[in-house]
Design a protein around this ligand. Structure first.
Ligand code: PLP
Length: 751
């Protein structure tokens, strides 16, 4: 079947086709199949609006979801081709920065799998998140052109006019099919301008930030370290929400809505504050249809819900009123009225939409004018209610709820780790693919020596595959017989890659003085730093420089290797996750809202080394204290310490000899000989003078806990495999199917 279809489309035998030809033919087949899967929309339909959809490559995942993977794999093999090489043909759509965008992609998969009517709404960036490479141990950025060759997204021919700074731009609607696993096909709607021009990119990822017509959807998240960059973000956001709101109203009216009853037809989920302007935009559009402000505000409140993703104050968007006056003058009268409405409701100035300095707080608008505000892990939601958003919680306790994040098991197990998925199926049957809770059945094998050995063998195979991939990609050889500790996530001080750095330096000294670790360690990192985030870039530089210093030392390199994977993205994550022994989730407690990387690693049989932060807390609840390595301050201690404002990094540096030795090493002779003096010294200064995310107080506990994990891994492989098995068996709670069911039951009520 697949063979005849493929050969008919290519017009020749598979053996004679290039991978590009096969890829295009398969894309056509997938599109036909997903369309025939169809769907019927009745009642409420969800629009998940998000500036990011980090969907990753689509071919393999779509084939799995449509039940075509095994047959395709077989047909390719018969023709002397490999699926793995075929997948190299596809460019990854990196339409997101990290966790938040990846979450949106997992949600789309779960919605379609659960046969719920729910579409994504976003932007079709011409360049996704920048491509990262390392030159002289420094990050260098280049544009990520992914729109070459055959495209999953199709031009619908529909356009919507959007007014920016008084000029009209035409947003064109593209659509990507979202196939569910044995489910239905939903859509991802992405808007773009025809006039965007890639030739305005000059050096690296630089471009003229003022030429809206040519740059509007050119890049995901243009650098916002200057005014022009910040304004461009406002323009992008408004393009997305205005075109999106028009599309939503059009669809609902076509389905019979008279707009007064909009909430019976549409639910809009606002993913973080980037799409917040959809609220005033919908009110404005309803006004144009003759609905008075008060009723329109009520309708929109009933339609919209908001997800908060962070408690880091600097990430909660506030735009100066003047920006919005200039960019979206048509919205300001609505925003002002919303602000007045709030000031009638409460005299708590802390919840104002427009503050005394004339800044518009997007999250505040969201909470006042949606019916639901959710956090993304139990701890995060409690912190929102108790501290960060306490003023709002007092006003609207009924609006606050928690929806612990999840991941799609199709991509993060069935697709990325076929060996493990197959083995699990042979033990407990295929039910876990649709009902992740069934993974619990694995716990019955916790004391089965043969099963534990097989798990260890699969992990060893996956480590070899990662080593092979890394060698091909970066020419780096790693030892698959060492313990793989992996920290992969955006580079941010709160995630504390610098704590890992200090551990690695500490270990360097330990080996030098004859205190060998229980097993050789390969510390793997994957991380991009925002182009304007200097400290993050300094941390990357320190890690890369240390990697070289260690590699050049024959005594230490036997025990320790440090590698950074270039251009960390979904494709890289899919290679790293199945190969991990120890999953590093070491953010400063209270700062990581949830994390989803932690869930991916757990599902694939890694053991977590982490702080009691975000969803780590719930991972511990699921697996029990014996199957996770927890260390460090807890969130209550951290929050109190910030309130007191009395943390003094220098004191730790001066009183703790191990900390001082490691920190001094960063800018010491060996590192300076291999790296950039200024960058290294600046990182050292940052740590001693500030250490805003408190690596020093957690340093000793981290060293002890991590060494304990390494010892357990080395000394008692069966105990380790048992921990891995317990992690897999308890991962069901972290399926995004569970998360989506909760959103639907508590917030959306779809269908
Ligand atoms: C899952 C994922 C993330 C999020 O990782 P966290 O550890 O939760 O921050 C970021 N980037 C990519 C490519 C991912 O797949």
């Amino acid at each position: 079947m697949m063979k005849t279809r493929l050969e008919a489309l290519c017009g020749k035998k598979i053996a004679e086709c290039s991978y590009e030809e096969i890829y295009e033919a398969l894309m056509k087949i997938v599109k036909e199949e997903s369309r025939s899967q169809g769907r019927k929309v009745e009642g409420r339909k969800l629009y998940y609006i998000s500036a990011e959809f980090l969907i990753g490559k689509l071919l393999g995942n779509n084939l799995i979801n449509l039940g075509l993977y095994d047959e395709t794999d077989k047909v390719l093999k018969e023709g002397g081709k490999s699926m793995a090489e075929l997948e190299e043909t596809e460019a990854e759509p990196s339409l997101g920065n990290g966790g938040l965008g990846r979450l949106a992609a997992c949600f789309l998969d779960s919605l379609a799998t659960l046969k719920l009517p729910g579409d994504g709404v976003g932007l079709r960036y011409h360049c996704g998140l920048f491509h990262q490479s390392f030159k002289n141990n420094l990050q260098s950025e280049s544009p990520d052109y992914w729109l070459n060759g055959a495209q999953w997204a199709e031009d619908t021919g529909k356009t919507y006019d959007v007014s920016l700074a008084g000029e009209t731009y035409r947003a064109r609607l593209y659509q990507i099919d979202v196939t569910g696993y044995g489910g239905q096909t939903n859509k991802l709607h992405l808007f773009d301008l025809d006039t965007v021009d890639e030739s305005i990119i000059t050096e690296g990822i630089r471009f003229d930030k003022t030429d809206i017509e040519k740059n509007l959807t050119l890049f995901l998240y243009p650098d916002d370290s200057d005014d022009a960059g910040r304004k461009l973000r406002v323009y992008q956001q408004y393009l997305m929400v205005s075109a999106g709101a028009q599309m939503i109203l059009e669809e609902c009216m076509e389905r019979g809505s008279n707009l007064h009853d909009l909430a019976d037809y549409a639910a809009v989920q606002i993913n973080d504050t980037h799409p917040s302007m959809v609220i005033p935009e919908l009110i404005r559009l309803l006004g144009e249809q003759g609905i008075a402000f008060e009723e329109a505000a009520e309708i929109v409140t009933n339609v919209c819900a908001y997800t908060n993703h962070t408690i880091l104050a600097e990430a909660l968007e506030k735009w100066p009123k003047e920006y919005l006056e200039e960019a979206v003058p048509q919205l300001m009268p609505v925003i002002r009225k919303l602000d007045e409405t709030v000031k009638e409701r409460t005299d708590d100035a802390g919840t104002a939409i427009i503050d005394e300095d004339g800044r518009v707080h997007m999250a505040h608008m969201d909470i006042h004018f949606t019916h639901s505000t959710n956090g993304v892990a139990a701890l995060h939601t409690e912190i929102l209610k108790d501290s960060e958003l306490n003023g709002f919680y007092k006003l609207y306790p009924e609006k606050f709820n928690n929806k612990t994040n999840g991941i799609t098991f199709r991509r993060w197990l069935l697709s990325c780790n076929r060996a493990l998925a197959g083995y699990i199926e042979s033990l407990i049957g295929p039910g876990f693919k649709k009902d992740a809770g069934e993974l619990k059945k694995l716990a019955a094998y916790a004391d089965n020596g043969e099963v534990l050995q097989n798990l260890t063998r699969i992990k060893a195979e996956n480590k070899k595959l990662l080593a092979k991939w890394l060698f091909k990609k970066q020419g780096i050889l790693i030892n698959p017989d060492s313990m793989f500790t992996i920290q992969s996530k955006r580079l941010h001080e709160y995630k504390r890659q610098q704590l890992n750095l200090l551990y690695l330096i500490h270990t360097y000294f330990e080996v030098k003085s004859g205190h060998l670790p229980a097993a050789p360690i390969t510390a793997v990192f994957g991380a991009k730093a925002a182009p304007a985030y200097t400290t993050a870039k300094n941390i990357i530089h320190a890690l890369l420089t240390l990697s070289k210093v260690v590699a050049d030392d024959p005594q230490v390199s036997k025990w320790l290797q440090i590698v950074m994977i270039e251009n960390y993205n979904v494709t890289a994550a899919e290679k790293m996750v199945p190969a991990c022994d120890l999953s590093e989730q070491i953010s400063l407690a209270s700062k990581e809202a949830s994390g989803t990387g932690n869930m991916k690693f757990m599902l694939n049989g890694a053991v977590t080394l982490g702080t009691l932060d975000g969803a780590n807390v719930e991972i511990q609840d699921c697996v029990g204290e014996d199957n996770i390595y927890i260390f460090g301050q807890n969130s209550v201690q951290v929050i109190r310490c910030y309130e007191r404002g009395d943390y003094c990094a220098r004191e730790w540096y001066e009183t703790d000899a191990n900390i001082r030795r490691a920190v001094d090493f960063i800018a010491g002779d060996l590192m300076q000989a291999a790296g950039d003096r200024e960058s290294l010294e600046s990182l050292k200064r940052e740590l001693i003078g500030k250490d805003w995310f408190q690596t020093f107080p957690d340093f000793n506990a981290y060293v002890v806990r991590k060494n304990q994990a390494i010892t357990d891994y080395a000394v008692n492989p069966e105990k380790w495999a048992r921990m891995a098995l317990m992690n897999i068996s308890q991962a069901g709670f972290f399926s995004s199917d569970r998360t989506i069911k909760e959103y639907n039951e508590d917030i959306w009520h779809l269908g």
